[in-house]
Design a protein around this ligand. Structure first.
Ligand SMILES: [Fe+2]
Length: 187
């Protein structure tokens, strides 16, 4: 798993700045989750996070969301990058392509994807718009406000508990992972 090559793929195929930042955020959360769960595949989990939205500019999200995932796998295979379990995790983060979650790896990405956007939305409410202003309590409070960041899939984030991690631990881990790259995220 060559991270430099993965970044070159990301920068080549994704031009939307907030999706690039989101990709780095999901990478950081996936790396931290792999660590927490004692997975041997830390780098693989991280790269799945980094590249899960690689087809962002290729797929028309309005007309054919079922291609979101399969198209990324196509791009990765063309570049001879990735492994089967990584492809499955990337596919399964978008249920609209008909895939189902089976492994812990797939579950981790499914939960890590929405929590990064959710934490970003919470940070942006503060006057300084900084992750350093976000507390675990802000996250748990906002989880209950269903109208806040309504697009953030609460059920997906909560489903992390199936891996034996409490939601609170997951939220704190994600916040910490994102804080470590706050410069990259400009948050
Ligand atoms: Fe995503």
């Amino acid at each position: 798993m060559d991270r430099k090559f993965a970044i070159s793929l990301l920068e080549k195929h994704v031009t939307t700045p907030h999706i690039i930042k989101h990709s780095y955020a999901v990478e950081a959360v996936m790396r931290s989750l792999a660590n927490k769960l004692g997975s041997q595949d830390e780098e693989k989990w991280a790269m799945a996070g980094l590249l899960h939205d690689l087809d962002n500019d290729t797929v028309d999200w309005k007309s054919d969301m079922s291609l979101h995932g399969p198209k990324t796998i196509e791009l990765l295979k063309e570049n001879d990058f990735g492994t089967e379990d990584m492809y499955r995790a990337i596919l399964a983060h978008n249920p609209l392509n008909g895939s189902r979650i089976e492994s812990d790896f797939e579950r981790a990405l499914y939960a890590a994807d929405p929590i990064t956007g959710f934490i970003t939305a919470i940070a942006l409410v503060y006057p300084d718009k900084k992750l350093s202003s976000v507390k675990l309590k802000s996250i748990t409070k906002r989880m209950k406000e269903t109208r806040f960041a309504a697009g953030a899939n609460r059920q997906a984030m909560k489903s992390i508990e199936k891996l034996g991690i409490s939601f609170n631990d997951f939220a704190q881990l994600s916040l910490d992972a994102m804080r470590e790259i706050s410069d990259t995220l400009a948050l």
